[in-house]
Design a protein around this ligand. Structure first.
Ligand code: ADP
Ligand code: TYD
Length: 209
């Protein structure tokens, strides 16, 4: 059977990576072998993007957006560990971010419809079984980031994260007929959120779902 593909989304500090690990553990326990991954990737285009995000390489937003798409296409298609092949082999793939991250972050500076169009090849190759959006306020996200790190990245300001969250919500509305999106309130303790995510994800796992 073809594997499922779940994308975790949210503003920086929303708790995606924490929840991704917990979800992978629950899936493995339930007998679903998992591949966990993230975007930007650790590949050459993802590494370039990390340098853009830390401000080491200045780059126009109209260049950054297609770079995220190129990184995503490589994530999907690369011969060694491309996600398309993993799903075909029956693995359950969990990705910390996918194209809704581009829809939300890049559309703060660019038209949302344009960003969606640029990412169309990705949607055609692999649409998530479901996208899980962990919703937290920018204040809470920044407090968590500050606790955890010495440096913040390009998009990690309150104003920027507020606009990014708004763009996520706009993108979900615009794509509601094509995409399965689950909104999970993220301002609760780790275990409560994990149980909430599990009860939704498990509905997508039966062979007929
Ligand atoms: P993201 O991957 O979305 O940036 P992380 O999972 O790395 O978020 O979480 C950011 C920080 O907040 C980490 O220090 C993590 O331990 C902490 N954290 C995650 N979820 C919660 C939660 N529900 N309550 C309190 N702190 C959390
Ligand atoms: P990430 O390492 O996931 O950050 P965090 O763990 O703090 O959430 O992502 C790095 C940054 O890249 C994050 O600010 C979001 C941004 N990003 C985009 O702007 N567009 C995209 O398509 C993706 C995948 C990430």
């Amino acid at each position: 059977m073809r594997g499922r593909f779940f994308a975790l989304e949210g503003i920086d500090g929303s708790g995606k990576s924490t929840q991704l690990e917990l979800l992978a553990r629950r899936l493995e326990q339930a007998g679903f072998p998992c591949l966990t991954t993230c975007e930007p990737t650790a590949g050459p285009i993802g590494s370039l993007l990390r340098q853009v995000l830390t401000g080491q390489i200045p780059c126009d937003s109209r260049v950054v957006a297609p770079l995220f798409t190129a990184d995503r296409l490589d994530h999907l298609l690369n011969g060694e560990n491309g996600l398309c092949r993993a799903v075909e082999r029956g693995l359950t793939v969990l990705s910390d971010r996918y194209y809704f991250s581009s829809y939300a972050y890049q559309s703060v500076d660019l038209p949302l419809e344009w960003v969606i169009e640029v990412n169309r090849p990705c949607a055609q190759l692999l649409r998530p079984t479901a996208t899980v959006f962990i919703d937290v306020s920018p204040e809470l996200a920044l407090a968590r980031i500050a606790q955890n790190r010495e440096r913040t990245e390009l998009f990690e300001t309150e104003d920027r994260l507020t606009r990014t969250r708004e763009q996520y919500l706009k993108a979900f509305e615009l794509e509601k007929d094509r995409e399965q999106v689950v909104l999970i309130p993220g301002d609760r303790d780790v275990e409560t959120i994990a149980s909430d995510i599990w009860s939704t994800i498990s509905t997508f796992l039966s062979p007929g779902a």
